[in-house]
Design a protein around this ligand. Structure first.
Ligand code: ADE
Ligand code: ZN
Length: 328
């Protein structure tokens, strides 16, 4: 059984984290940059825990320097993602990796990625929107320049603001300024929470950062009052089962809470997070959920509709993608 051709909507990917390892190696070779210790013998990324993953991620970003690199990266990611039936995707892109949080430099990177989104849509039939992102372990000060960058480029391509990185560092309230600044610029807001942190951290994220989607959010299952709140407030979860399994945020597919959350009425969507790091694709995510929960094409289309309804895009894009899902 393959779900490759089922049309899919993916809300939670990291652009650099979706880079095919061969692309990163090629770029490193062109620039004479040595990347030691992040690839195994078969050429895949290697790490043993979340911290090592974050370190490998940073190292893999080393060769990504110029706007042209980000144009090529975006095209490579769009081609690969579209080959798994994804017709709409959102990707986290960080000003930290694109000009170090400098607004003038960031504008050029955004222009390059937006150009690739236009070209990639023509070439591969996939629509891409960017969510500018701060990185929690770089601290609250860096988050302010990141959200200023986001605010200054809010538009057709940059439609959201978010936060990734080491969830247990700092408190959500330390990032309130950044999220307020992005909200005032009209950006939609999401935040990684409940991947590692418990219900209190998720609650504070909702209270203080006022996001309408949560990256992962799976630890909400530990508190049914919180689950009820998430349902009542229409918060959508960007669940990444394969990522959670490989990073050991859950014990395995069998104990992944996505099915329980869905049964409790939570709006769940599914994504790959950083596909080559976690040896996954959107097809493989469908296969994992089919194997574990017996979910099928109709479930994946239904979750795709949930995702496009919660997507950070304009009304025309939403109705065009919805129609594609409805006619599948
Ligand atoms: N950055 C890239 N992937 C991430 C994840 N799963 N959690 C936090 N930060 C990330
Ligand atoms: Zn993520």
């Amino acid at each position: 059984m393959t779900f490759r051709d089922v049309p899919k909507v993916e809300l939670h990917t990291h652009l650099e984290g979706a880079a095919p390892p061969a692309f990163i190696r090629q770029l490193a070779q062109e620039k004479n940059i040595r990347l030691d210790g992040i690839f195994d013998e078969s050429g895949g990324y290697v790490f043993e825990n979340f911290q090592q993953f974050l370190d490998a991620y940073d190292a893999a970003c080393e060769p990504l320097k110029t706007t042209e690199d980000f144009y090529r990266l975006t095209m490579a990611v769009l081609e690969e993602t579209a080959s798994h039936g994804v017709i709409y995707m959102e990707s986290f892109v960080s000003p930290d990796y694109c000009g170090g949080g400098d607004v003038v430099k960031w504008r050029d990177y955004v222009a390059a990625m937006a150009q690739a989104a236009t070209d990639g849509e023509k070439a591969f039939g996939i629509t891409l929107k960017g969510i500018a992102t701060c990185i929690r372990h770089r601290g609250p000060e860096a988050s302010k320049s990141d959200s200023l960058c986001a605010a200054e480029t809010a538009g057709d391509f940059i439609t959201g603001f978010g936060m990734a990185g080491a969830e247990m560092m700092h408190q959500p309230s330390d990032f309130a300024y950044a999220f307020d600044q992005a909200r005032e610029a009209g950006l939609s807001l999401t935040c990684h929470a409940g991947e590692w942190g418990g219900p209190d951290r998720i609650r504070e994220t909702l209270d203080v950062l006022k996001v309408n989607r949560l990256g992962h959010g799976i630890r909400a299952i530990d508190d049914l009052d919180l689950v009820r709140r998430i349902v009542e407030e229409d918060i959508v979860l960007e669940v990444c089962p394969g990522s959670n399994v490989i990073l050991k945020a859950v014990d395995g597919w069998d104990s992944h809470p996505i099915a329980k959350l869905r049964d409790l009425g939570v709006k769940v969507t599914f994504s790959t997070d950083d596909p080559p790091f976690f040896h996954t694709t959107m097809t493989a995510e469908c296969e994992g959920m089919h194997r574990t929960f017996g979910w099928d094409k109709d479930d994946f289309i239904a979750m795709g509709k949930t995702a496009i309804d919660a997507a950070y895009c304009d009304a025309d894009t939403r109705s065009r993608i919805r129609k594609q899902l409805e006619s599948a």
